[in-house]
Design a protein around this ligand. Structure first.
Ligand code: AFP
Length: 336
């Protein structure tokens, strides 16, 4: 493949496909520069004195890692002055981050999980950044939480980075999924896969099995059938992976298929799932659907959910279309 940088790709999308307004191109370029900065910081590990807890908690009631706070700051500082945003929202902040008066404002809302998988950072396992882009509703000059509460189908762009052996940026603008690998010598992202397609079938599943006793019957049925293997009702053996970094599990599924599940469980009835809709499930669902896969709560398409709160959680079942549809079928059968 001819060496095409992220900038060249976006300019092509902007001028030839008329698909990327200038401000959206700027937004993506700024986010990609933030991802480079986070990648460099993550790569320093223990040498930079950035591992371990920050000594603070976030809105989720979770202990923040130093890198959660650092990654959040990098994204806020890089994006607030460019004139492309109306506001930002983050897993690490209770409410929206307004654009300071001294800076110009734009039409986009940027949402992100600055460091997904951060419980893995101290054990040197892949982590990442997930982001979602919405348009700010017309006439809203001071976006409150309500301005962000749009269904996933309203996203104009979604992406994530995996800080692994290589740093990869996965991006969709609503016309397919493309991946870019960070060239550390040149300091830029280079297009490495265009129009990624997920196989409709799979023999590999990703779930945290330690929660099995808390799952609903349809989920227990599905996992037990996979564990039954070739002699079971699904007639084939399955393999399992669970990295506990959604970005790494989803990237694997984009690369070779699979099904990722963080289902509803009764561990904490106040939480219908662990993953957050606005800046984890929705961007990942857009990417998975754009790559030919499916993304459901088990009861409804994730992208159709009308949000009620910025940090609401949802069950997530996504990946190879035929397997997701099988799980949805089991949920329907259980409710009849
Ligand atoms: P952290 O960011 O707190 O590490 O959570 C990561 C995550 O949100 C998602 O990336 C993983 O798929 C999932 O949680 C792992 O959850 P378990 O630790 O319960 O397996």
């Amino acid at each position: 493949m001819k060496r095409i940088t992220l900038t060249r790709f976006l300019i092509d999308e902007q001028y030839n496909r008329k698909a990327v307004p200038a401000d959206l191109r700027l937004l993506i370029e700024v986010v990609s520069r933030s991802i480079k900065a986070i990648s460099t910081t993550v790569g320093k590990g223990a040498l930079a004195g950035i591992l371990g807890d920050a000594g603070s908690g976030n809105i989720q009631g979770e202990a923040q890692k130093k890198l959660d706070v650092i990654a959040n700051e990098i994204l806020l500082e890089a994006n607030e002055w460019g004139g492309h945003l109306a506001a930002m929202a983050s897993e690490e902040m209770e409410g929206p981050h307004a654009i300071p008066h001294r800076f110009p404002k734009g039409e986009y809302l940027l949402l992100f999980d600055p460091l997904d998988g951060s419980s893995n950072i101290d054990v040197n396992t892949s982590v990442g950044t997930i982001f979602s882009v919405l348009r700010c509703p017309e006439g809203v000059n001071k976006p409150t939480e309500a301005a962000f509460l749009q269904p996933g189908t309203a996203q104009v762009c979604a992406g994530f980075a995996v800080y692994g052996p290589s740093t990869v940026l996965v991006l969709t603008l609503g016309a397919g999924v493309h991946t870019f690998t960070l060239d550390r010598e040149q300091g830029g992202f280079v297009l490495t896969q265009q129009h990624v397609k997920i196989p409709a079938d799979t023999q590999e599943f990703a779930i945290n099995m330690s929660n099995m006793r808390h799952w609903e019957p349809p989920m227990k049925r599905y996992v037990e059938e996979m564990l039954a293997g070739k002699t079971g009702p699904l007639g084939r053996d399955y393999n399992m992976r669970w990295i506990a970094s959604m970005v790494a599990d989803v990237f694997r599924i984009l690369t070779r298929g699979g099904i990722f599940m963080y289902p509803r469980d009764n561990k904490d009835p106040s939480k219908p799932g662990r993953l957050r809709l606005m800046y984890e499930a929705n961007p990942m669902a857009m990417i998975i659907e754009q790559a030919g896969g499916a993304a459901s709560t088990g009861r409804e398409r994730i992208l159709d959910i009308v949000p009620t709160a910025l940090h609401q959680r949802v069950p997530v079942i996504l990946g190879s279309k035929n397997e997701v549809e099988r799980v949805v079928g089991y949920h329907q059968a259980a409710s009849e």
